[in-house]
Ligand binder design. Structure first.
Ligand code: AMP
Length: 439
C-alpha cells in the first residue's frame, strides 16, 4: 500500500484519486531510498512505474523542505519531447493538491516563451538536454539553485548523442543534493562512466534484468527472402493477427515512409512517426493512436522512444533492431501490466546472426513461425554453430604469408557487410549517433 511509504498526505490524495493503490516493484524499492536522501541508479523500463518511483519521493521532499525564497529546485532531464510530455502529465497529476508548479522546456517550441516561464520560477522543470543547455547558457536558468537532478532514460540520452550536453548540465547543477539516474537497460561504458562521475555513493536497483523481459509477450521470428516478401508478410500479419494496437519498427525514415504509403494504399488506418515530422504532426498522430482511431503506428526507434501508449499488443520488427538493448526498448511496449503481447521479427538472411546475438543476450529462444501461403525461399542457414550463428559466416583468417601459396586469380572485393551485434547486445561498429531528431 502507498500509505505505508510515508508520503505526504497531499500526494496520497492524488494517488487515491488516480486509483494508484499498490506501488509497483520499482516504486516499492526506490521510494524509501530516495526519501532517505540516497543517490540512486535504477534499471527499470518504461511501463514499470518508474516515473512515479522518482516523482513521488522528490515531490514529498519538496513539500517537506523549508524554503525561504522561491527557486527552481528540481530538474528532470529526458531524451525526447514525447517523454517530457508524459512526465509533465504525471507531475501535474501528482501535484494536483499542492502549490507546486512545473514547466516543460523542449526543442521546437518558443525560446522566449520558455524564458518567460522560467522567470515565474517553477519548482520543477522537465526538459530535453539541448534546449535546457541553451537556457543555462543564455542565463535564463540559475542552475546553481537546482537541488534534485533526475536523469531519466539516461542510456537513451547517450545513444542520441547528448553526452556533452548532459555533462555540461550536470556540471552546472553544482549544488544538487540528490541525483537519480534511471535507464531502461544496463547500457554500455558511457553510461557506466557517467554513473560513476555523477552519483555519490549510490544505491543500485536492478528491476528488470533483460532475461526476465516481458514474460507475457510471445516472441516470434518469421524468415523472409526479400524486401517485397517482407512487405507481404507485414500486410498479412496486420490483416490476420488479432490486436488492439500495433507498432511496426523500421530502421530508417525512408523505409517508414515507404511502408506508410503502401499500407495506406491498402486502406490500413496507419500513421508514421519519425524525426522529420513536426511537433504538431507528432502530437496529433499520437493522440489519434492513443484514442484508437488509428491502430497501426510505423516508427523509427528514435521517434518511438519512451512513448507510453496503452493497449499496444503487437510489435513487428520490420527491420531488426541493431542491438539487444534496442530490442528490449521496442518489445517493452507490449505485455505491460501482465497483458498478453506478441512480438514478431522479420528475419532476412543477413539478419540471422544479429538475431542469434539478441537471443543470447536475452537468454531466450524466439519461436520460429511459418505463414502458410507466404513461405518464401529462405528458412535460415543450413547449419548453425553452438552460438546459434550461421556456420561458415565468420571471415576467413588471412593466409599465412610465409606459407607457399599457389597463384590464384584476383577476386573482386566483396561488398561491405552489415555490422553484427556482439553478445553484450551492442553492435561493435556503431554508426555515429543519430542526429538529434528529438530535441
Ligand atoms: P511509467 O513506467 O512511469 O511510464 O508508468 C507506466 C504507466 O503505469 C503510467 O501510465 C502510470 O501512470 C501507470 N502507473 C505507475 N504506477 C502505477 C501504480 N502504482 N498503479 C497503477 N498505475 C501505475
Amino acid at each position: 500500500m502507498f500509505a505505508q511509504l510515508q508520503l505526504h498526505e497531499r500526494l496520497l490524495r492524488a494517488l487515491e484519486e488516480n486509483n494508484f493503490t499498490e506501488p509497483t516493484p520499482v516504486q516499492q524499492q526506490a521510494i524509501p531510498l530516495i526519501l532517505a536522501g540516497r543517490d540512486l541508479r535504477a534499471t527499470a523500463q518504461t511501463g514499470s512505474g518508474k516515473t512515479a518511483a522518482f516523482l513521488l519521493p522528490v515531490l514529498h521532499q519538496l513539500l517537506s523542505a523549508e524554503q525561504s525564497s522561491p527557486a527552481t529546485r528540481v530538474l528532470i532531464l529526458v531524451p525526447t519531447r514525447e517523454l517530457a510530455g508524459q512526465i509533465m502529465d504525471e507531475v501535474q497529476r501528482f501535484s494536483r493538491y499542492t502549490f507546486l508548479q512545473a514547466a516543460m522546456l523542449i526543442g521546437g517550441e518558443g525560446f522566449k516563451e520558455q524564458s518567460a516561464l522560467l522567470r515565474k520560477v517553477p519548482d520543477i522543470l522537465v526538459a530535453t538536454p539541448g534546449r535546457l543547455l541553451e537556457h543555462i547558457q543564455a542565463g535564463s536558468l540559475p542552475a546553481g539553485e537546482l537541488r534534485w537532478l533526475i536523469l531519466d532514460e539516461a542510456d537513451r540520452m547517450l545513444d542520441l548523442g547528448f553526452a556533452d550536453a548532459m555533462q555540461a548540465i550536470i556540471a552546472a547543477c553544482s549544488n544538487r543534493q540528490q541525483t537519480l539516474l534511471f535507464s531502461a537497460t544496463t547500457g554500455g561504458r558511457a553510461l557506466r562512466d557517467i554513473t560513476q562521475a555523477v552519483l555519490r555513493n549510490p544505491e543500485h536497483l536492478m528491476l528488470n534484468p533483460v532475461s526476465q523481459l516481458s514474460e507475457t509477450t510471445r516472441q516470434q521470428v518469421i524468415t523472409v527472402e526479400s524486401d517485397s516478401h517482407k512487405e507481404k508478410v507485414l500486410a498479412w500479419l496486420l490483416a490476420n493477427e488479432s490486436y488492439r494496437k500495433a507498432m511496426v519498427f523500421t530502421s530508417t525514415r525512408a523505409m517508414a515512409d515507404q511502408l506508410y504509403g503502401r499500407l495506406r494504399a491498402q486502406d490500413y488506418r496507419v500513421f508514421v512517426l519519425h524525426g522529420e515530422k513536426t511537433q504538431d504532426e507528432r502530437k496529433q498522430a499520437l493522440q489519434r493512436f492513443s484514442q484508437g482511431s488509428e491502430r497501426v503506428l510505423i516508427a523509427t526507434d528514435v521517434a518511438a522512444r519512451g512513448l507510453d501508449i496503452e493497449g499496444v499488443d503487437l510489435v513487428i520488427n520490420f527491420d531488426l533492431p541493431r542491438s539487444g538493448d534496442e530490442y528490449v526498448h521496442r518489445i517493452g511496449r507490449t505485455g505491460r501490466a501482465g497483458e498478453d503481447g506478441l512480438a514478431i521479427s522479420l528475419i532476412a538472411h543477413q539478419d540471422w546472426n544479429l538475431m542469434s546475438s539478441i537471443q543470447r543476450y536475452l537468454k531466450q529462444d524466439f519461436e520460429k513461425r511459418i505463414l502458410p501461403g507466404l513461405k518464401g525461399n529462405y528458412h535460415g542457414p543450413k547449419k548453425v554453430k553452438a552460438s546459434g550463428k550461421a556456420a561458415g559466416s565468420k571471415k576467413k583468417k588471412p593466409a599465412d604469408k610465409t606459407a607457399k601459396v599457389a597463384k590464384k586469380p584476383v577476386r573482386k572485393p566483396s561488398p561491405p557487410r552489415k555490422p553484427l551485434a556482439s553478445d553484450d547486445g551492442h553492435a561493435p561498429l556503431r554508426k555515429k549517433p543519430v542526429a538529434r531528431q528529438d530535441d
